[in-house]
Write a protein that binds this ligand. Structure first.
Ligand SMILES: [Zn+2]
Length: 280
């Protein structure tokens, strides 16, 4: 499933190619993804120019020159594929194909169809049912030690669960919560309300560090977007703890002290990976 850095990379990749371009035609190959597609989507998009593309949580917001925003979520398996001078027929799972000026073709392909797409007025964006309960951006200025201290005060849930709560911080998913907790040296099992101010300060820095590094890695994969198959946003990433059960973590004494290495536990139905030596 694409996480925040992948979505950010997709946004940047789309922006690089589509800013200022106009939609000449849209071909829609089915009526729905996770939810029904907006009524008359192709005719409503035809002739509109792309004025900005940005991300909110894991949503891609494509702003058009008529004051509307095309909102896209990639779900589990959604992806955009960009090509040029491409008139080949839609491939399997190409549910939407956008034809832009300058012969740019963008396909939205989603085999599992957990993705979604809506078209709304920009002025109503914040009130939209998918947007209005979203918490702060993990890379924005609002994420501070003081914010976490205030929001986590008295919370009995695990710190992992609190950080995964999209109403608190939006777009922070399982992988990057595990990684951030590792760099902060805090166990995912810690009770959310029991963190010291110094630990929360470390956690804020760790969240920024893991997300920024992943976005940077995605950015470097972007340079070749045309030579590669045109697919945006999925790149090789190197994790310190995620998916590394039983291995030893980098720059740690856990190998020397006879421990069994990184541990995997299940919290709220999701795997958490951590080093019991480093993370307490
Ligand atoms: Zn370790």
């Amino acid at each position: 499933m694409p996480e925040l850095p992948e979505v950010e990379t997709v946004c940047r990749g789309l922006a690089k190619v589509l800013l200022g371009e106009r939609i000449e035609e849209v071909k829609q190959h089915r009526p729905d993804l996770r939810a029904p597609l907006p009524r008359n989507l192709p005719s409503r998009l035809k002739g509109k120019q792309v004025v900005s593309i940005h991300r909110r949580a894991k949503y891609i917001l494509i702003e058009l020159d008529n004051g509307e925003v095309l909102l896209v979520h990639l779900g589990m398996s959604g992806r955009f594929v960009i090509s040029h001078h491409d008139r080949k027929p839609a491939e399997k799972h190409d549910h939407l194909v956008f034809y832009f000026t300058h012969d740019i073709v963008v396909r939205f392909n989603d085999p599992r169809r957990f993705g979604l797409c809506d078209l709304i007025a920009k002025k109503d964006l914040e009130k939209h049912k998918l947007m209005r309960h979203l918490g702060i951006e993990p890379l924005g200025k609002k994420l501070t030690r003081a914010f976490l201290q205030e929001k986590l005060k008295g919370k009995k849930s695990s710190l992992k669960a609190a950080l995964m709560d999209q109403r608190l911080i939006a777009g922070l998913g399982n992988i990057y919560v595990c990684e951030a907790l590792f760099y902060a040296g805090i166990s995912p099992r810690r009770r959310a309300g029991n963190c010291k101010a110094a630990e929360l300060a470390k956690l804020v820095l760790a969240i920024r560090k893991v997300l920024s590094a992943a976005i940077k890695a995605g950015g470097s994969s972007l340079r070749d977007y045309v030579q590669a198959n045109g697919e945006l946003g999925y790149f090789q990433n190197h994790f310190a703890v995620y998916g590394r059960e039983g291995k030893f973590c980098p720059a740690c004494i856990c190998k020397a002290n006879g421990s069994k290495g990184l541990r995997r536990i299940i919290q709220q139905g999701r795997s958490s990976f951590y080093c019991p030596t480093k993370q307490v």
